[in-house]
Design a protein around this ligand. Structure first.
Ligand code: NAD
Length: 500
């Protein structure tokens, strides 16, 4: 069966780019392995074109009243809500995650738009009357100009929405550089901004790879960079962007631990481990990939997880399965390589996802849920971010040993503890060196009104995504000291009649 291959290109100033790209890349449907799209990759010159349009649009948008900006945000919120299913279908077709997950992703993004609808309140400054005789001081926050948003493949709609609605609400224009693997959702969202009444050029999408990213990092009119992706690239983006004088928030990779104490509800913990380990095929920065079982519960917990894994159906995301394929054939092979490395290193392979049956195309990028037990901290399945459906159980003797393991890991994105002991949970939340903590909750999901971000190698910069930190990131502060002399009360005599 032949599949129609669509051209996917940049969206600049409210219209699709009509130029001819020097380089393109292929977009796949991971459930069939078929090429479905040919993506234009921007050269540095094309990035310059897009930034110029964004820069020109930013001037007018920055002067647009808060009430008008808010109207556009409310209209955008309605449109995204109405088209949730269509956007989700685009995500499933290029990323592979099951439709319910894709809808969930759009819903999380919607929450950030709703948060940004409150921008008139969020941008209120401070005012001190009479700091000196007839002198008042007040603060305002102003937009930066053009913001770049560079996003990863695993949340092609939600991650851009962590930043774009807030940047726009704050009066900036935006250039989004989505992942080359699943670029269509970003275009669909940009079309909705236009339909919502946003002036052309305020939100633009430029597709590309390192060449496009490098140009964004050095372009003088890009004032801020919000990056989400793997740790080596996050570090590179942070170092290069800041060297070029930009403010940068660069969210990186993860290795999230779930600690299960002996007094935990093991059924709850097993359900959580399966959902957080294998949801979205483990391609989540908040996925649990290391399960730390504090003895003596490991045998029982592993048994319960294995039982639940037998009920999971892996297949095409449009067919009501629990788990979809991996994003590309290359990534599937890399993850399968980790499974082989785990076996070679002596870990116990309890469930082998390479053997599974898959409800999808023969050439889909399949790997079923995989469970290792008796994993030790020097094995590559423990040290590396695998970003696939591979869960490793590490057995440890005590809470202190578990805490040491989590804290000595170079990543610090998310972690969870399962226990019925409030004191132990409270101690963990205080002692653990990780940015987001779940207590009897496996994945602390991003809440729009709290800021999202990890510690250590999971975030470079000092600003987390969305929430009030987002508003702060996309604006700069100005403090005004003003003195208005009042001629009627002993000020300068400017010739006004006096009343006393
Ligand atoms: P990636 O680092 O390969 O790509 C991210 C972005 O960087 C893409 O837009 C890509 O085009 C660009 N890029 C890739 N190589 C580049 C290079 N050499 N120079 C400049 N730009 C480059 O990440 P990915 O595979 O798309 O996404 C998965 C990663 O993202 C995982 O590590 C995951 O943990 C991480 N992630 C983190 C969070 C978080 O909140 N911390 C959220 C989602 C994903």
């Amino acid at each position: 069966m032949s599949t129609e291959i669509k051209r996917i290109t940049h969206l600049v100033g409210g219209s699709y780019w009509t130029g001819v790209a020097e380089r393109t890349s292929k977009v796949y449907n991971p459930a069939t392995g078929a090429v479905t799209g040919e993506l234009d990759l921007a050269s540095a010159a094309t990035v310059d074109e897009v930034v110029k349009v964004a820069h020109e649009a930013s001037r007018g948008w920055a002067q647009t009243s808060l009430s008008k900006r808010t109207q556009v945000l409310f209209a955008f919120r309605e449109l995204v809500s109405q088209r949730r299913e269509q956007i989700a279908a685009l995500i499933t077709a290029e990323h592979g995650k099951v439709l319910s997950d894709a809808v969930g992703e759009v819903t999380r993004g919607l929450e950030v738009i709703e948060f940004a609808c409150g921008i008139p309140h969020l941008l209120k400054g401070g005012y001190s009357e009479g700091v000196s005789t007839k002198v008042d001081v007040y603060s305002i926050r102003q937009p930066l100009g053009v913001s770049a948003v560079i996003s990863p493949f695993n949340f092609p709609a939600m991650v851009p929405m962590w930043f774009v609605p807030i940047a726009v609400a704050c009066g900036n224009s935006v250039v989004i550089k989505p992942s080359e693997k699943d670029p269509s959702a970003a275009n669909a969202m940009a079309e909705l901004w236009k339909e919502a009444g946003l002036p052309d050029g305020v939100v633009n999408v430029v597709h590309g790879d390192k060449e496009a990213v490098d140009r964004l990092l050095e372009h003088p009119d890009i004032k801020s960079v919000s990056f989400v992706g793997s740790t080596p690239i996050a570090k590179y983006v942070y170092e290069t962007g800041t060297k070029n004088g930009k403010r940068v928030q660069a969210l990186g990779g993860a290795k999230n631990h779930m600690v299960v104490l002996p007094d935990a509800d093991l059924d709850l913990a097993a359900d959580a481990a399966v959902n957080a380990g294998f949801g979205s095929a483990g391609e989540r920065c908040m996925a649990i990939s290391a399960l730390v079982a504090v003895e003596p519960i490991a045998d029982e917990l592993v048994g319960k997880i294995k039982e639940r894994m037998a009920t999971l159906r892996t297949g095409d995301g449009t067919r009501g399965c629990d788990m979809g394929p991996l994003v590309t054939g290359e990534h599937r092979d890399k993850v399968a390589g980790y499974v082989a490395a785990g076996v070679d290193a002596g870990a116990e392979l309890v469930v082998d996802g390479r053997d599974g049956e898959f409800d999808g195309g023969d050439d889909g990028f399949w790997l079923g849920p995989t469970l290792f037990d008796k994993v030790t901290p020097e094995m590559s399945i423990y040290t590396d971010e695998i970003f696939g459906p591979v869960l490793s159980v590490v057995r440890l003797p005590s809470y202190d040993a578990a805490l040491d393991l989590v804290n000595s890991n170079p990543y610090g994105n998310g972690t969870a503890i399962f226990t019925n002991d409030g004191g132990a949970a409270r101690r963990f939340q205080n002692e653990v060196e990780v940015g987001m903590v779940g207590i009897n909750v496996p994945i602390p999901v991003p809440m729009a009104y709290y800021s999202f971000g990890g510690w250590k190698n999971s975030l470079f910069g000092d600003s987390h995504a969305h929430g009030t930190e987002g508003v702060h990131f996309f604006t700069r502060g100005k403090v005004v000291t003003s003195r208005w002399l009042d001629p009627s009360h002993g000020g300068l005599n400017l010739g006004f009649p006096t009343h006393d």
